[in-house]
Design a protein. Sequence first.
Length: 114
Amino acid sequence: MFSRIVGAALFVTGLALRTWCIYLLARVLDLKELGQTRRPDEYVTHGPYAVVKHPAYWGSMMMISGLGMVVMGWMGVVLSLPAIPYFTGRAQSENRLREVTEKEKTMDFGLGDW
């Protein structure tokens, strides 16, 4: 019973965090075409993004673990562990893309001024 209460709290907290992140990202992302940025020079650096680099993925992992706990108890947390490498890979991929974008922006800026 205790694990279900903890799981429900974890799920709701993760859902709130993920919703907050989506709200903040809606200003930068074109939600009609996911992955296409309207303002590529602008990154979200306030709210949960000031504390953690990829808080939406943290929220997703909290939701998955919480749901597992509600349905299966503590074993649900163990079964949700494979989600960690998935979200870690996504975060690393986004970090590499951001680095490439930053390099291109710097190179374009430097060449365009001379």
